[in-house]
Design a protein around this ligand. Structure first.
Ligand code: SF4
Length: 440
């Protein structure tokens, strides 16, 4: 049964949700949180249809592997009802905000995978949506499950992360708070205690956090990690982790065709330019997943799509058809490595047209220095990237940006390299810089 439509009981928040459409300069935004980034072809068709009928036809892939419809006009109810009818809603209205569970887009099919995270993810999502006491979590509080896949976003900080590893012939979840799986783990639990661990961490957080402390890092700013672990150990038996740390994942595996652990099958990653899909692109990708795959799609934290379970022999034909729809399928394309927030074209806080400038910069890089990972942000909020990109352009006025290079010695965007540059000047700066630290 579908949850009720928005009511006064739906808590206030600045974050869009499926039931809470938030106004932006270009109209309403509806964010559709997907279970582990997965969406069926039929559901994707419903999203594309809703975007065409009730909005401007623009759909965004988010850096949390969700979808959002922008530019919603007039009455919200028909759009929400169409999405609920497609099974995209939460099990309860209050559970919509807390569906923040990140998996590898290749969970269950990745060749390097150690543990299939999907069964635990399904159980955790049911708990998050069903347990009223967990609905006090912030809409941004997020958990990551890492099954050891090669295709994994390991740079986005999460309030809690779990990463599978083998110890003395037994599989365990290493975990950490307010960080990334490549950090040194805080402790570990046996695989079968993964659900109990997550619930214990969430409950402990809610007990300790004051109302204004919405993220784990806020609690850790006032309490030691050891005190939190001691409190956790009273609820779940914990093990130390002496000699294991998650290796960094290679970059670029979300673009193009890669073999799966299942013989003869591949997954194909397709990047919509700057994370934006026309309704026709999502509709086309959904139809292609029916024709070539298993009628399912996955969203990735790189703001792109992945089509799993494609017969290897058919991958070239599928890739060509995705290319014809407007997707990028090659790491050689500079535009595949540029991310940009909505910017001034759709956000009142934006100081520059980041999407338009991102297109221009990518065209420049394609001809000159070649691809590198660049993030354009219209203001300090950094909506398009949850991690620090090798290069960040922070808008200061229309067409002008401060330029930061990622630097371990500098928090935030990194070290400031230049102020108030035009896009052409940014291109020249990147061209003159040694490529390796900036490489895509
Ligand atoms: S980063 Fe700033 S300008 Fe860009 S979408 Fe977010 S709030 Fe708007």
């Amino acid at each position: 049964m579908n949850p009720p439509l928005p009511s006064p009981a739906l808590r206030p928040s600045a974050c869009p949700g499926l039931l809470r459409i938030v106004q932006a300069a270009d109209g309403g935004i509806c964010r559709i949180k997907l279970n582990g980034g997965s969406i069926s072809a039929a559901q994707a068709v419903a999203v594309a249809d809703a975007a065409q009928r009730f909005a401007g036809g623009v759909i965004e892939a988010t850096n949390r592997a969700n979808l959002q419809i922008r530019g919603i006009r007039g009455e919200h109810r028909p759009l929400i009802e169409s999405l609920l009818a497609a099974g995209l809603g939460p099990r309860s209205a209050a559970g919509d905000d807390v569906r923040n569970l990140m998996l590898s887009p290749a969970a269950g099919v990745d060749r390097q995978m150690r543990v299939d995270t999907r069964p635990l993810a399904a159980r955790l999502l049911a708990t998050l949506e069903g347990e009223a006491r967990l609905h006090d979590l912030s809409a941004k509080f997020a958990v990551q499950l890492d099954g050891g896949e090669a295709l994994a976003m390991l740079e986005h900080p999460h309030d809690l992360w779990l990463s599978a590893f083998e110890c003395d012939g037994q599989w365990r979840w290493a975990f950490g708070l307010a960080g990334c799986p490549t950090d040194h783990p805080a402790a570990a639990v046996p695989l079968e205690h993964g659900h109990a661990l997550v619930v214990a961490v969430l409950e402990l957080f809610l007990e300790l956090a004051r109302p204004e402390q919405t993220r784990m890092r806020h609690v850790l700013a006032e309490r030691s990690l050891s005190s939190l672990l001691a409190a956790l150990a009273e609820r779940v038996p914990l093990h130390g982790v002496e000699h294991w740390q998650r290796s960094p994942a290679p970059s670029g595996l979300h673009i193009g065709c890669y073999p799966q652990r299942q013989d003869g099958l591949v997954h194909v990653g397709a990047v919509p330019p700057l994370g934006r899909l026309k309704a026709s692109m999502l509709l086309g990708a959904a139809r292609l997943s029916e024709d070539y795959g298993d009628a399912s799609l996955r969203l990735t934290p790189w703001q792109s799509l992945l089509l799993p379970n494609i017969a290897q022999a058919e991958a070239p034909a599928l890739s060509q058809r995705l290319h014809d729809l407007g997707f990028i399928l090659s790491t050689d394309q500079a535009l595949a490595h540029v991310v940009a927030c909505t910017g001034s074209a759709g956000c009142a806080k934006g100081l520059a047209d980041t999407k338009g400038d991102g297109q221009r910069l990518a065209a420049w890089l394609q001809v000159h220095g070649g691809p590198c990972q660049v993030h354009l942000s219209g203001c300090l909020r950094s909506c398009a990237a949850a991690h620090t990109a090798p290069v960040t352009l922070l808008a200061v006025s229309p067409g002008h940006y401060d330029v930061y290079f990622r630097d371990a010695g500098h928090a935030g965007f990194g070290a400031l390299r230049a102020r108030n540059l035009t896009i052409d000047a940014v291109g020249a700066l990147l061209d003159a810089h040694p490529r390796s630290p900036l490489d895509a």
